[in-house]
Design a protein around this ligand. Structure first.
Ligand SMILES: *Cc1c(COP(=O)(O)O)cnc(C)c1O
Length: 454
């Protein structure tokens, strides 16, 4: 290269040092990055005069590429102790389930053709029967997420009419999903009854007019009200509602067969107690892909399916196939039919034993102690379960350690409690244990420094 010049973009792009970045980012994105770095050099009047300058330029380009690579979707280790973590992709799908639908999804499928008749058929496959077997509903439908479920049932069954809701259930779920806004957007008129802590059956019943279409009950997903509280007996509300008023419940989590939470009302119980429709998420506790499931009376489900917005809300076949597989495995009692909330709790003991094997090697860098886990993801906001955690004994500020853990090849997302970094074992997936052990051992040997003992 001539002295005092900058290399050509094309020449840099073909150099071996950038090939991994091209594979991970695509050629156009790397080209843009190279142009940007060269532009910066030109502006600063930095030119390449020797090998050191060239090495510096390459390092600068690589570090810009690396920043972009870090924004790619990537597997991370959840060491937070929050099992269904909204920022970490909510519920991981069990690997067996994913494997089981791979062949179906990489080929054509009978998504909308009846194999018996050779004619156009329904998209649902077995899903509605399986949801029926799970919840006792006589029909069900699936949409892209549970927020859509709520909108759809309000719009189809209550547009232009009144919907009665308790003041204690006017919730906002993450991402700006507020029940009053959804009501308005769906065209329903909200009628609030009760108070934040107390709503009775009479509150609902006294608010009914001839223009009332629905009573909507909403699970308080992400907060708990304690102390002097009262919620009505749903059986009583259902029994006393006049014929023209529907009872719908947004149950949220999709808990049905799971037994770890005694206080949580399972979706099927709402139906047994008289709800006409219940809706919930497909991933949270249920354990499938993100989706919204609405279960209940056949004639209501049929109406929902004919709503014009169903064209926008209907999920792809990937979602149907995963749900179908999950529900079959769940109904057969298989391990991979359990959601992550259940699987994580069953992993606790093996995760502790796994960590104990490494304790001699990790020495004074960590201590193992009894901790807690939460389910998270807008479910069971007030319940804590036992767990085990590693606490890092570090001479560095906890924030710095947290950053270093995120910098690892497979980034580890940990938490700080009492100024110390904690790695909660409850949320480490069995298939990630090896990589966690390898990364921690390497970290303790190279980067991490221990607080001198006092
Ligand atoms: C999580 C949740 C929703 C939203 O579900 P998404 O699948 O995230 O759209 C709605 N209602 C309740 C009660 C929830 O817990």
């Amino acid at each position: 290269m001539e002295a005092g010049r900058l290399p050509q973009v094309g020449q840099l792009l073909d150099s071996p040092f950038l090939q991994e970045a091209v594979r991970k980012l695509s050629r156009p994105l790397v080209t843009e990055t190279v142009r940007r770095v060269l532009g910066h050099y030109r502006k600063q009047r930095c030119f390449i005069k020797n090998e050191d300058d060239q090495a510096q330029l390459e390092a600068d380009i690589l570090s810009s590429c690396y920043k972009l690579i870090r924004t790619r979707q990537t597997r991370v280790i959840n060491a937070t102790g929050t099992v269904i973590h909204t920022n970490l992709g909510r519920s991981p799908i069990s690997p067996e389930l994913w494997e089981a639908v791979s062949e179906l999804n990489t080929g054509y499928s009978n998504l909308e053709i009846s194999l018996a008749k050779g004619k156009r058929g329904e998209r649902k496959g077995l899903v509605n029967y399986l949801v029926g077997a799970l919840t006792g509903a006589d029909d069900a439908l699936v949409v892209n997420n549970n927020a859509s479920s709520v909108w759809l049932l309000l719009n189809e069954l209550a547009a232009g009419k009144e919907v009665i809701i308790s003041r204690g259930e006017q919730i906002q779920i993450g991402g700006g999903f507020r029940i009053p806004d959804i009501m308005r957007m769906a065209g329903a008129n909200m009628v609030e009854v009760g108070t934040s802590n107390i709503t009775t059956a009479d509150d609902y019943l006294d608010a009914i007019t001839e223009n009332t279409a629905m009573v909507l009950m909403v699970h308080r997903s992400n907060f708990a009200i304690r102390g002097f509280t009262e919620s009505p007996d749903i059986k009583e509300v259902a029994r006393r509602l006049p014929k023209h008023v529907l009872l719908a419940v947004d149950q949220g989590s999709g808990l049905v067969t799971e037994t770890f939470s005694k206080d949580e009302v399972p979706a099927d119980r709402y139906l047994r107690q008289g709800a006409d429709l219940v809706c919930f998420s497909g991933d949270k506790i249920l354990g499938g892909p993100q989706a919204g499931i609405i279960a209940g009376h056949k004639e209501l489900v049929k109406r929902l399916e004919k709503n014009p917005m169903m064209r926008a809300f209907r999920p792809s076949r990937i979602i149907y196939s995963l749900l179908e597989e999950l529900l079959i495995r769940k109904l057969n009692g298989e391990e991979c039919g359990r959601g992550i909330a259940e699987r994580a709790q069953r992993n606790l003991e093996t995760n502790r034993q796994w960590a104990e094997r490494y304790l001699p090697e990790w020495g004074e860098h960590v201590s193992l102690f009894e901790d807690q886990l939460v389910i998270g993801g807008g479910t069971l906001p007030d319940e804590y379960y036992p767990s085990w955690s590693l606490e890092l004994n570090s001479s560095k500020p906890a924030n710095k350690v947290l950053d270093e853990l995120r910098e690892m090849d497979v980034p580890m997302i940990a938490v700080i409690r009492n100024d110390k970094v904690r790695i909660n074992l409850a949320t480490i997936l069995p298939e990630d244990r090896d990589v966690v052990a390898r990364q921690l051992t390497h970290y303790f040997m190279t980067t991490h420094t221990v607080e001198p003992s006092k």
